[in-house]
Design a protein around this ligand. Sequence first.
Ligand code: PEP
Ligand code: MG
Length: 581
Amino acid sequence: MKELRGISVSPGIVVGKAFLYVDERPQIPHYPIATLQIDWEVARFKRARDRAVSEVESLKSQTVDNMGSDGKRFLDVHLLMLADPEFGAQVEGKIRQEPTNAEWAMYEVVGAMVEQLETSEDQYLRERAIDIHDVARRILNHLLEREKVSLADLSEEVVLVTHNLLPSDTLLMNKHMVRAIAMDGGAKTSHTAILARSFEIPAVLGLSDITRNVRSGEEIIVDGNAGTVIVDPDARTRDRYLRLSREWRKRWAHLLALNKLPAETRDGKLIRLKANIEVPEETEAALAHGADGIGLYRSEFLFLKPGDFPSEQAQYEAYSRVIDAMKGAPVTIRTLDLGGDKILPDLPLHGEKNPILGWRAVRFCLSEVDLFKVQLRALLRSSTHGDLRIMFPMISGVEELDRVLGVLEQAKEELRRKGIGFNEEMPVGIMIEIPSAALTADILARRVDFFSIGTNDLIQYTIAVDRGNERIAYLYEPFHPGVLRLIKIIIEHAHAASIPVSMCGEMAGDPLATVILLGLGLDTFSMSATRIPEVKEIIRAVTMSEAVAMVDSIMEMNSYADVDRHVQEWMNGRFNLSPRA
Ligand code: PEP
Ligand code: MG
């Protein structure tokens, strides 16, 4: 028995048989060609490319239902690559220069492109290398006139174990037969992660060397809740996970049945449950899990690529896409929160002595006002697409807020001067994630339309505990009385000023915190989409007076351990929370 830890990207627990899918690297034929043959060889390449285009187009039209719109978009990216004149010209140039056969020329060109992308520090660009491989493999299949080996042919249920799936593999695979995915590569925002979440296939990625630790047919457990994979489990472990898996499936079916129901307490208080997203594609999962809107779109993920920042138009398109996809439901987009742990290799933000307390978020934007205004104009322009609200991260006090609001006003003025439309009434809020902002929430509340509590940072700054440091993770405690008191202050001040309060830190999606947050008066909870059903179940099962009574008793307690014990006992008596190993 062997246990490996990875990144949990899609929940669920599966015990099954491994299917090792290691895409065989085809032998690329290499032979010189005669000068007379050059035109014919170029034509052969173009023909293979045209066939690849028709293949992708027919895939797009035939199987759209089965893929969802995420799938369609990947195919669009592939069509763009196939149509790229620069790519075609480079391959043709190689065939003519050497002169050599089309397969070799194409792989020389593709190899150089992929090498450049694969060595990039940026995850997004590394993932584009996969798309290029995918497109090249498709053309090669036509050049060699061979049948493509495909995961579409899977005919029995398996746990797919692989090094790195190509987007087309993920789209085409027979999803009824893939019960779980365990992968060497990948991270939370990789294609496979997004698609696994959309298709609700439990998945653990970033396992480094799972493909070297398992053989096809071997028994394997994928725990997408905990981020672990167990190869060749002993009988006791297998039985334990089989039980957990049964419980999980039963519970998940029950939870998903709540999707269409409102998050309303037994005594009629309506709570908004929204989703946090990092990439526009995640809106689909948000809707599928019954989200009332997007409570946090971390816009910096658009910027986490080396080179130039995305243009105003590219940003406008990305924001509008999210707003359009949510079909009128509210969408809260947070302005750039670069810095801290979200750094770019190309920026001077790199190498700060103390990045968590350093030049990040609005501090960075206020010193790069032109760049900040590009984002604000893109946001304002997209506000005509639906119910957009924007919020500023890491506000520490009123001076900083006033400066940020000043830049927003300048961006509005620029658009007005050009006669470009935007929603003049677009709500503007701030994240409360620094203790000084929490303690001056009464002052800040007079200047904005809403608050959103960022507990991930608020806890880090309140307890002085680096949220990314494993060694002191035991101190990172949402139920610390200091944290609970700050949350209480924030909500009270906001309500006194008649503005609503949301929470978009991880605490909002923690079922153990739900009743406390309800009792404290939180209006909106925003979390990763798959957490919504469980939180909704709790909200629908309690009354506000029970929640207020819970808050009254925990606010008297001295330590987080006492609060934790009390909440656990209270919850265990009433709910069957999702099983965890
Ligand atoms: C937070 O700090 O709670 C938050 C939601 O923002 P991020 O995790 O992106 O810092
Ligand atoms: Mg934060």
